[in-house]
Design a protein around this ligand. Sequence first.
Ligand code: SAM
Ligand code: SF4
Length: 442
Amino acid sequence: MSSLQKTFFIETFGCQMNFHDSEKVVGTLISQGYRQVQTVDEADLIFYNTCSIRDKAEQKVFHRLADFKRLQQQGKQFAVIGCVAQQEGEKIFERAPHVSLVAGSASYRNLPQMLVQIGQGQRATGLDDRQTDQTFETEFTARTNPHRGYITIIEGCDKFCAYCVVPYTRGKERSRTSESVLAEAHRMADAGYTDIQLLGQNVNSYSDPLGKASFAELLASVGEVPGIRRVRFTTSHPRHFSRDIVDAIDSVPTLCEHVHLPVQSGSNRVLDAMYREYTRELYLERISWMKAARNKTFSITTDVIVGFPGETEAEFEETLTLLDEVGYDGVFSFKYSPRPNTPALEYADAISDEEKTRRLAVLNEKQREIQRARYAKHLGDIMEVMVEGYNRPRGQVIGRTSQNKTLNFSVPPGHAEPAIGAYVNARVTVTFPNSLAGEMVV
Ligand code: SAM
Ligand code: SF4
């Protein structure tokens, strides 16, 4: 029987949304009788779930397709899904004729029909669903981690920031009902999950189709599901980051002390050109709410783009001063990458790659020093960590704090090593710019 069963391999590029979409695609394929394998060689069907947020990410899939073209002769089929699929559409068939299926994320609920089509030797596309009101909900999600799981609460994005492909590739915003999100959280808790991450390109634009819960209320309700110990969410847009979100985090113990709030730039002129819909001052107001929280110490991280068209040296420096003013615990920094269909593509005054590289290095160096000082403040703290794995060569257990910081710790002799997924307390004895180290408190 198993030798007749069709097999698939899937490789995922890009963000957490893509990783979670892949978990749902895997569940859907398994429900259709396919078996997942870990190598391209063993697979009948090869899936690439792609990312086009920056040029480099987009190129990766074409390299993969070129590398494995020869495998078509062995009867293998190729599927390109995700943002590059949606962006390039049927052009992918021209560039890589060995591909059989091209589908954007708004079409995944039609995957079973597409699989039938390619099984009959036809090409299948799923590219016309971006105006849908439906989300990709499936009872077949194949989660890879047994302790921490994702729940998509909103798909798509209506923001149209001037540099970003997401609204074009993931389609318009559509929220899941609070009932279905909560039902999934309960199912996950029953299955032993303790850590839930709510996902969306723009989670705080969440709008319950039932009109029952705001984003903050949904967040609090998920945090109150019995058995759930940690709830995170990503990504928030500063414009709609309302005070009730801060209040919910501060008052519900399971809601993690970490907010990722992408700022992109510290300059009002650049923010305006990016269509971000907020100013530096409005952003800093949000930060001040978090800093004023009564019960919790918020850890704040962000995304920054350097070298946006026309960004002057003085404007770049405004981003540097913002880093100091906020005191981030982590910054994901990117060189601006011109993207198809986006308004910024037409902007004058492109910054040279050399200059973007320089600004990125300056920013990263500055942030490293900020983090060195911030992480050093944890020396002597006792923090609860969730065990994620082991670093055998170092004899350490790998843990993660509520603030989303890595805390690697040793276990005192004579004490049992905690299992993956367990929660234990550890005391910080050494600090680095990106992680903490210490010992388990027994
Ligand atoms: N929706 C989220 C938001 O608004 O912050 C994040 C979306 S995107 C997947 C993650 C990050 O990629 C963005 O915050 C931005 O910093 C970066 N990014 C998006 N488009 C980019 C581009 N064209 N060039 C460089 N970085 C980009
Ligand atoms: Fe892209 Fe802006 Fe939407 Fe984030 S909010 S996904 S950066 S368009």
